[in-house]
Design a protein around this ligand. Structure first.
Ligand SMILES: Nc1nc2c(ncn2[C@@H]2O[C@H](COP(=O)(O)OP(=O)(O)OP(=O)(O)O)[C@@H](O)[C@H]2O)c(=O)[nH]1
Ligand SMILES: [Mg+2]
Length: 359
């Protein structure tokens, strides 16, 4: 473990030094404030576990960027401690968030976001950005944190897509809505729906039924041999959509991908389905469990059942992943819309669902 002491005029300055030198995984072990020739001086001792991959001061900004970290023994424990420390740091920094430095419009927006479940860490970052420019809108820093990349064939030209996420979050529904949309937009397309764990998935009958009705090929894979056979035949199809099962707590996505043989799929894009209904703790746990370089966007489901939408900003900021689609309503005729910033802001600030219905 690398341990070093940093000094500066205030805690923000010292934390900046620590982040720049040790990267975001550094842990603060001790904080002291001294008076030096009449002025105050902040001193922090920070530590860094040398075996954490990417900890050379240039750690990837996205926790999804490093697949190896997922398999590290003790990583979960480390992450838990870091989260606790970040909360303490937030509490320390909170008094410095002097809202009177903002114009009333900015202050109201920031207070609203906090009530909406946006984490203190994110609120502090927005505060810093707003306090530098009284004319700026809260949407400017929000747009930097929450990117969008609408789920349509122009923005996502790859032919293989899969939906992953917790049990019951709405993966099969999203996948079927994707397939229906593709069929409607491009009637001649040869589409294959793959049930990638036919032993466990509950959605088998639904998938098969809708595939039959819509002239879509239905395939099942239950082991790496089935998967290898399917992957050898991808040329037959224009679009291949994978329905993946929810994973047990002790099964990280990376392990599932390698045991199912899906890690061999070249050009596969996985989309992580989550719901803003989940608590911050649950969202953090799912983001850890489903981290993988193959996961390239977030799809938000069950928007009609959520009471606030701050978790969408927190997850986007924590992962750096763009939001690609918004889903609401049960049944297959319900809405799956490609994400746009205007739709996300309407949800966040007005609780207006993507189909225009007010919650
Ligand atoms: N209200 C609402 N219900 C939804 C939404 N999406 C899915 N559902 C319902 O949630 C239930 C579970 O949906 P599925 O699509 O089977 O979820 P899943 O993630 O595939 O579930 P597993 O495969 O069992 O992990 C079904 O009853 C869906 O109709 C949504 O956006 N809003
Ligand atoms: Mg399912």
């Amino acid at each position: 473990m690398q341990v070093k002491t940093y000094r500066g005029a205030n805690s923000e300055e010292v934390i900046r030094q620590i982040k720049a030198e040790l990267g975001p995984e550094a842990v603060i072990l001790d904080t002291k404030t001294h008076r030096n020739n009449g002025s105050s001086c902040c001193e922090m001792t920070a530590a860094l576990e040398e075996s954490v991959p990417g900890n050379n001061g240039t750690a990837a900004s996205s926790p999804f960027g490093d697949a190896a970290a997922n398999s590290m023994p003790g990583w979960g424990q480390w992450h838990q401690e870091w989260n606790a420390i970040k909360e303490h740091l937030g509490a320390l920094l909170r008094p410095q968030m002097d809202l009177s430095r903002l114009v009333p419009r900015q202050r109201l927006a920031l207070e609203y976001l906090e009530r909406e479940g946006v984490s203190l860490e994110v609120v502090l970052e927005i505060f810093r950005s707003l306090s530098e420019d009284p004319d700026s809108s809260v949407l400017a820093p929000l747009e930097r944190m929450l990117g969008v990349k609408p789920l349509n064939s122009k923005k996502w030209p790859g032919k293989m897509h899969g939906v992953v996420g917790p049990h019951g979050v709405g993966k099969t529904s999203v996948l079927l809505r994707m397939a229906m949309r593709l069929r409607k937009e491009q009637p001649g397309l040869s589409i294959c729906l793959v049930n990638a764990d036919s032993r466990r998935s509950q959605g088998k009958l639904v998938l098969k039924h809708y595939a039959d009705l819509s002239d879509i090929t239905y395939r099942e894979t239950s082991d790496p041999e089935d998967m290898a056979r399917l992957l050898a035949e991808t040329d037959k199809y224009d679009a291949i959509l994978f329905d993946l099962p929810g994973l047990g707590r002790d099964m990280p996505l990376e392990r599932f991908l390698s045991t199912s043989g899906l890690d061999q799929a070249k050009g596969l894009h996985l989309h992580l389905a989550l719901s803003p209904q989940y608590s911050q703790e649950q969202l953090r746990a799912f983001l850890r469990q489903y981290r993988s370089p193959l996961v390239c966007s977030l799809i938000w489901t069950k928007l009609d059942e959520a009471f606030n939408y701050g978790g969408m900003v927190n997850a986007a900021q924590a992962t750096g992943l763009p939001t690609s689609a918004l889903s609401c309503g049960p049944g297959l005729t319900a809405t799956l819309v490609p994400a746009k910033h205007s739709l996300v802001w309407r949800l966040l600030f007005k609780h207006q669902l993507p189909d225009g219905e007010l919650s």
